[in-house]
Ligand binder design. Structure first.
Ligand code: FAD
Length: 310
């Protein structure tokens, strides 16, 4: 059995496995797709000390760094069930489908998240060509340009306020006839000169010239009329779904499905820690996932020295 088994091979899992291996303890890492969400992005400009890199390059470097250490890697395998230890110092089991399982004295879950998509024509085709999901990451790419933010919840309105300071013009497109974001955010948004809000609007299609987004079509849900916006960027902010379905009933999750963790990365189960986008950590970013991944590994080590027989 492993002393630390990391589930997830994004920035959070990579950092956790390196921190664990550097303690000289037996460390394993299982990842369905090593690299995680960074593989789906191009420009990364907020990975501190590296002014510019690209997702696939960072993903490959994460793997090379992990391989510098004695970490047993299982790629292309998905965890399907977690069974925590039944007694202090016991073994937890991670099932990988019906026939395979790994056991460990401590487990670090870093299975990340995925953005909810609109599911309209053009969205997939223009991903990273104007359609984007991360305002902190991609806002500056649209300096002076026109963008839409899809979604009027807190993340959508925060994104719109944030973007209004960077881009030329922001249109918020909300499906419902109310904005669900906090009143203070809505007031702030409405005070900005370069923001429009369209309510009761169902986005129907992302349009482009083959290379880049040029606009978006939506249906006015009150009149049924089809309308068009000319713009260069579309920020989709309709939810981030944590990859925690396999943990339902095992670990405490919040109503959004995020693993509830404390400031040490400890979950509701003894010996099980979690890090990165799959947790209640509010900010979903590469450096944050790495920071919480290293915290979880140091906490797991602390747990091991307290529970292992002398
Ligand atoms: P992830 O990166 O989501 O990795 C999760 C890992 O777990 C993957 O290896 C996955 O295959 C694996 N996994 C999932 N389920 C299972 C399972 N059941 N069993 C085994 N393995 C499993 N952040 C920035 O800081 N700067 C940026 O510029 C930036 N741009 C972004 C652009 C895009 C398009 C996207 C989608 C995100 C961007 N982000 C950016 C956010 C950043 O990528 C995430 O915050 C970060 O990757 C989270 O790391 P993580 O390790 O928690 O999870």
């Amino acid at each position: 059995p492993f002393e630390v088994l990391v589930v997830g091979g994004g920035p959070g899992g990579a950092a956790a496995s390196i921190y664990a291996a550097r303690k000289g303890i037996r460390t394993g890492l299982v990842a369905e797709r090593f690299g995680g969400q960074v593989l789906d992005t191009m420009a990364i400009e907020n990975f501190i000390s590296i002014p510019y890199t690209e997702g696939p390059k960072l993903g490959a470097e994460l793997e090379a760094h992990v391989k510098n250490y004695d970490v047993e890697l299982y790629k292309g395998l998905a965890a399907t069930k977690l069974v925590p230890a039944t007694e202090p110092g016991g073994l937890a089991t991670v099932e990988l489908g019906p026939d395979a399982r790994l056991s460990a004295k401590s487990v670090i879950v870093a299975t990340g998240a995925r953005w909810r998509h609109m599911g309209v024509p053009g969205e997939q085709e223009y991903k990273n060509k104007g359609v984007t999901f991360c305002p902190h990451c991609d806002g500056p790419l649209f300096k002076g340009k026109r963008v839409a933010v899809i979604g009027g919840g807190n993340s959508g309105i925060e994104a719109a306020i944030d973007l209004a300071g960077v881009v030329g013009h922001v249109t918020v497109v909300e499906f419902l006839d109310v904005l669900r974001a906090d009143e203070v955010l809505v007031r702030k948004l409405k005070s900005l000169p370069n923001v429009d809000i369209v309510m009761s609007a169902r986005t129907t299609e992302v349009l482009g010239d083959g290379d880049q987004v040029t606009g978006l079509d939506y249906e006015d849900r009150v009149t049924g009329e089809l309308k068009h916006l000319d713009l260069e960027g579309i920020f989709v902010q309709i939810g981030l779904l944590p990859n925690t379905e396999w943990l339902q009933g095992t670990l405490e999750l919040n109503p959004r499905g995020e693993i509830v963790v404390d400031e040490r990365g400890a979950t509701s189960a003894d010996g099980i820690f979690a890090a990165g986008d799959c947790t209640t950590e509010p900010f979903k970013q590469i450096v944050v996932a790495m920071g919480t991944g290293s915290t979880a590994a140091l906490s797991a080590f602390d747990h091991l020295i307290r529970t292992s027989a002398p």
